[in-house]
Structure formats: C-alpha cells, structure tokens
Design a protein around this ligand. Structure first.
Ligand code: ADP
Length: 216
C-alpha cells in the first residue's frame, strides 16, 4: 500500500532521520515509536503531504507521492487519506453532524445516504443521537470520538494518527484503538505515532523512528 524508500529529513544542518525504509500493507497497523523529538510527527506529515522529505520516495499505487503537484495532493488527501490528531482538529463552533457531513463522500450525499452513514458512525463511537450538539461543549474524549466517527464516515484507505490517545483516559483510549483496529481489519492501512504501550501492543508492526529499525 505505502512503500517508504530511503527517506531522509533534515532541518538545516540537523538530520532528523535518514534512510528510513519500511512498508505498510493493506490491513496492517504500524506503530511509529521513539522518544519525543525523534521525528515521528514529521514522518507522518511527510506521508500526509504536509511536509516534504529531503530525499527518498513514498510510493502509493506505483507513484512517488512526494512529487505530487497541487492537484494530485488535493486528490490524495480527499480520496485516500484520513487523519487523526491529538487535538482532534474539529470545527469547534459547528455541530457533531456538521463535522461529519464534510467527510461524507459526494456520491453518498447525492444518494441521500449521508444521514444513515453518519448515524451509524455515531452509534459505533457511543454518541448515538447527539449529532446536534456543538463541539466546544464536548469533553476531550468525546471530541476524539467525533474525530473517529469522521474517519469511519470517510472510509480512507490510509489513516495517519498522531498520538491519538495522548490526552485520553483509559476508556476513551481503548475506544480509539478498537475503532482503528476494526478499520485496519477491514483493509485500511493505519500508521500511528505513539508513546502509549497499549496502542503499540495492538499494532502488527513497530517501527522505531530514531533507531530507524523494525522492532517487531
Ligand atoms: P516527535 O513527533 O517524534 O516528537 P517531531 O516530528 O514533532 O518529533 O519533531 C522532531 C524535531 O524536529 C523536533 O526537535 C522539532 O523541534 C523539530 N522540528 C519540527 N518541525 C520543524 C521545523 N519546521 N523547523 C525546524 N525544526 C523542526
């Protein structure tokens, strides 16, 4: 699904990581681990086309996505990618439903199925019937559940998650991992930057960013 080949990243004279080579397959969940500052987020950002590596390739469907122009980048973000951040990245002043509507595939909206898909996703994350509530009244755990529901609605082929359980209590963290695991079992490739051993233990593969090696 994603082949990372000899990828390197510098900030000025400082090499963050170099010669990173790893593969993430369909249905695989990969944990990126390493101390704070090792460059986990930067690696995720390179895969998500929010940052550029200095050398190497990231291959998806036979193409090096690091060379994408604006149009291909937009298409990749819209059609392939799902992002889950520690700070949830939701529209604060909008309702839960409004936050999910923007992730709904246009084809589905046209067929009038969006409401059903949104209701099912909210049910899956334990927020059934709460679609009209505004984001800024929700707890952090609830906001992360909304972000998860948005991913479920979007059905991305690749999910990038940056410390998705970092700010959550045990129950909410488990809910997040369970949903990511289900998405990966359904064929999605999931890459998670994490310090959390519970997350790491649920992944298929562990990649240590600072040591640049596959741990398991
Ligand atoms: P991690 O996610 O493993 O904690 P990050 O990828 O967030 O690591 O950051 C790795 C290092 O790169 C940090 O020391 C950070 O200060 C540095 N860094 C991140 N972005 C930039 C930037 N745009 N310019 C210079 N240094 C940066």
């Amino acid at each position: 699904m994603i082949d990372i080949v000899s990828l390197s990243k510098n900030f000025g004279p400082r090499t963050l990581w170099s010669d990173v080579t790893t593969t993430v397959s369909k249905g695989e969940m990969l944990a990126l681990v390493g101390p704070s500052g090792a460059g986990k987020s930067t690696l995720l950002n390179c895969i998500g086309l929010l940052d550029k590596p200095n050398s190497g390739e990231i291959r998806y469907a036979g193409k090096d996505i690091t060379r994408f122009g604006r149009r291909d980048t937009r298409h990749f973000r819209r059609e392939v990618l799902g992002y889950l951040f520690q700070n949830y990245a939701l529209m604060e002043n909008a309702t839960i439903t409004e936050n999910l509507e923007i992730a709904t595939k246009p084809k589905r909206s046209a067929r009038g199925k969006a409401n059903v898909v949104i209701a099912e996703a909210l049910e899956r994350v334990g927020l059934a019937g709460r679609g009209d509530e505004k984001i800024h009244y929700l707890s952090g755990g609830e906001q992360q559940r909304v972000a998860l529901a948005r991913l479920i609605v979007k059905e991305p082929a690749l999910v990038l998650a940056d410390e998705p359980t970092g700010a959550l209590d045990h129950a909410n963290a488990t809910a997040v991992i369970d949903v990511l695991r289900e998405m990966s079992d359904a064929g999605c490739a999931v890459i998670i930057a994490t310090h959390d051993d519970r997350v790491r233990d649920r992944c298929d593969t562990v990649f240590a960013v600072n040591e640049n090696s596959l741990v398991a």
